[in-house]
Design a binder for this molecule. Structure first.
Ligand SMILES: [Zn+2]
Length: 131
């Protein structure tokens, strides 16, 4: 066990506690669970440009996650936040913005489009399946 600082009031709290004994704010793992956002990014199909796609996610102008399609993007936020998801495959870069809510799980969905002009969106899911 170790002591951590409550993010709300600054009190020292055991990292095993679920909430701060002083102010009641969630701490440690509990805080992570509440504030975590997970986005399953499926392997994106592309006829001409291959399948692996680089993904970058921005919030308030800051890069908060980057990786490849087929992975689960994971980050923590305190309140509903507008994010920008960029998908890059070679010369083709698309981006869309959407609002995500802390504690929710999402799946990125590709809508069919003409060749390089496909679009994406997020849909809320109860759980993230492993493909
Ligand atoms: Zn506190």
């Amino acid at each position: 066990m170790s002591l951590i600082n409550c993010v709300e009031c600054g009190a020292k709290v055991s990292d095993l506690a679920k909430s701060c004994p002083k102010c009641g704010a969630p701490v440690g793992e509990e805080l992570k669970n509440i504030s975590r956002v997970q986005i399953k990014i499926p392997v994106v199909r592309s006829v001409f440009l291959g399948t692996a796609v680089d993904i970058q996610i921005y919030a308030n102008g800051n890069l908060i996650w980057s990786g490849r399609s087929g992975n689960i993007a994971e980050f923590e936020i305190k309140q509903p936040t507008e994010i920008i998801i960029q998908t890059k495959k070679k010369i083709n870069m698309r981006e869309f913005s959407t609002v995500v809510v802390p504690g929710k799980k999402y799946r990125m969905v590709q809508d069919e489009g003409l060749h390089m002009y496909e679009t994406y969106r997020l849909t809320v899911v109860d759980f993230i399946d492993s493909e």
